[in-house]
Design a protein around this ligand. Structure first.
Ligand code: UDX
Length: 485
């Protein structure tokens, strides 16, 4: 089939290359000429395992190309919309302007099809009600139908998630009837290989499909904040959150995934999607129903504040101190720094007067662009050299596997704050390190002077563990959120 993908950011670029991989003829479009030039030259504009390979294979086969010109999309029978829906600058809601302007530009292309059956397929994450509103616009053109087909891909696994998804969700204006069958058959033809491989396909109304995506991300965010709330309890009463997670995760009904406590979630999706979900519920008069998502957001925010506070406890104040942060990306195997907890904590430490060096295997260019004045160091050994405190904030394999004896020889003082609960406490202690971890109580025996002075705070003098309130848990500022598409 001839397919277009409009908006070739993370989601769209991977989708375009994956559709070419399935044997379709694909044209990717974006208004960003630099991005289009890079993709057309076979260069991935972001770090994503396996993506460059399928991009180049698609380009070589002649089935995949990229353009900035809407007129070139006329032959396409199916148009996928892969545009970003970032958080609005003035609040929690989703900014749909990229999607709306793409639809405006597309309408001329659709009209030129002269009534031939054409499918427009929304993949972006949007508030419930968006698909119905947009369908009123595009379905005015004869022969055109709109379907909403949310995307669940994870960064770092984007190619696999696109070619071997857990499920395909089709949202239709009317999920039943002869018109629905024609629309479903057309998208089935696009995904024929996936359906033949047994991927389940679920058909439902527009609003339900939109809610599936919002609910999936809200659930994942809630699961992370749940375990991070338990981490706060563990710190207060002297428990170990990693053991709690392991034990409760063995219950099938709970499941072990997304129970890794630490500095919390970030990225281009979960934070902005839960806020858009809150805003949407409020608009529909059911704000109370999703009010708990505010708490999810606050718990997440509080982990960052707590990390900075713990760094201060470990050093007896961060001002003027040499701190190394391992990780800038919001998660491993990605160079994405949008709303990255690691980068945010590094920035906060810098604002508090610390001399911070950040290292990351892939994300340093993006990090330096995002936080002007940040000191970055690509070499792990060089980054560790002279550090008075090291924070592990993104669990790249090389940091999880770090040899504590080797690292101890480089740093100025062996103090490690494990913000992802991934380091083995005994192994690090045996190599002479003071290891503190979010969600794990401080070691019983204090081994350094700074620890003796600060590791046993009175419960009341422990602001991050106090009751939720604006003084310790400020509502995240929409303006601070990093939301480029
Ligand atoms: C997410 C959803 O998983 C995906 O389905 C959706 O399509 C887009 O949003 P992604 O943003 O790639 O994907 O990241 P994800 O793997 O969900 O991780 C999000 C954040 O949560 C990361 O910062 C990660 O470090 C953090 N996280 C994840 C935890 O803190 N603990 C966990 O147990 C899991």
């Amino acid at each position: 089939m001839v397919i277009s993908v409009i908006g070739v950011g993370y989601l769209g670029a991977v989708h375009a290359a994956a559709m070419a991989e399935l044997g379709h003829e694909v044209i990717g479009l974006d208004i960003d000429a630099d991005r289009i030039a890079a993709l057309q030259a076979g260069r991935a504009p972001f770090h994503e395992p396996g993506f460059e390979e399928i991009l180049r294979r698609g380009l070589r086969s002649g089935r995949l190309r990229f353009t900035t010109d809407y007129a070139e999309l006329e032959p396409a029978e199916v148009h996928f919309l892969g545009l970003g829906t970032p958080q609005r600058k003035d609040g929690f809601g989703a900014d749909l302007s990229h999607l709306e302007s793409a639809i405006d530009s597309l309408r001329e292309v659709l009209a030129a099809r002269g009534g031939a059956p054409t499918l427009v397929v929304g993949k972006s994450t949007v508030p419930a009600g968006t698909a119905r509103r947009l369908s009123d616009q595009v379905e005015q053109v004869e022969g055109v139908q709109l379907l909403w087909n949310p995307e669940f891909l994870r960064e770092g696994f984007a190619v696999q998630d696109t070619l071997e998804p857990d499920r395909l969700v089709y949202g239709l204006r009317e999920p039943e009837g002869p018109q629905a069958e024609a629309v479903i058959a057309m998208l089935d033809a696009v995904y024929a290989a996936l359906l033949a491989a047994g991927v389940p396909r679920l058909v439902m109304g527009y609003e339900t499909a939109e809610l599936v995506k919002a609910s999936a991300n809200a659930f994942l965010a809630t699961k992370i904040s749940f375990i991070n709330a338990i981490a706060e309890m563990c710190e207060a009463v002297g428990g170990d959150v990693a053991d709690v997670a392991r034990a409760i995760g063995m219950d099938d009904r709970i499941g072990a995934k997304f129970l890794r406590a630490g500095v919390g979630f970030g990225g281009g999706c979960l934070p902005k999607d839960i806020r858009a979900f809150i805003a949407s519920a409020e608009e529909h008069g059911v704000g109370e129903a999703l009010g708990f998502l505010r708490e999810v957001d606050l718990i997440n925010e509080r982990r960052r504040a707590r990390t900075v506070e713990l760094a201060g406890e470990m050093l007896g104040g961060v001002e003027g101190r040499r701190i190394t942060v391992l990780g800038a990306a919001f998660k491993p195997d990605s160079d994405d720094v949008r709303d990255s907890p690691a980068l945010d904590v590094a920035d906060r430490l810098m604002q508090a007067g610390a001399r911070v060096t950040v290292t990351d295997p892939q994300a340093l260019a993006n990090a330096a662009q995002r936080v002007p004045g940040l000191t970055v160091e690509a070499e792990l050994a060089a980054a560790l050299r002279g550090a008075e405190l090291t924070l592990l904030l993104t669990e790249w394999r090389e940091y999880r596997d770090l040899d504590p004896t080797w690292a101890a020889e480089l740093v100025a003082a062996p103090h490690m704050l494990d913000g992802r609960t991934v380091l083995e406490p005994r192994r690090w202690a045996a190599a002479g390190w003071e290891l503190r971890a979010l969600g794990r109580s401080a070691p019983a025996q204090a081994t350094t002077p700074t620890q003796t002075a600060t590791s046993t705070p009175e419960p009341t003098a422990h602001p991050a563990l106090g009751p939720v309130g604006p003084a310790v848990a400020p509502t995240p500022m929409p303006g601070r959120t990093l939301t480029s598409a």
